[in-house]
Design a protein. Sequence first.
Length: 121
Amino acid sequence: MTAAKARATGKIVRKSIGAPAACTTWDLKEQRYGNDRAGVFISKKRGLAVIVAPGRVRTPQGIGRNSSSAQLKAAYPDVKNGPLGFTAKVPGNPKASYVFNVTKNGVLAVILVSNSQDCLQ
């Protein structure tokens, strides 16, 4: 989805934070972040690249904020620790992955990422 199509949904608002020049940054209207963070990244070349799930959202497998590490591993047995966080394939969507930010207390954030994204390093 292009930035124009995403904006036309009425569900995002533009932000200007330090993102790669290849991308624009946005927030979901229902989940706004402070000045140094964004909830949506859209690649100028590839379209919608990253969505940080609002706090109450869970994956179809039931994983969301405050899920335990054990629950995460049970839902996604192939989860791997990578440069962006714990990464798992999105079942039924080979073009996307989940990234889970995990602390000792469990899942802090769920992020849906296009596998071809060029916004996060």
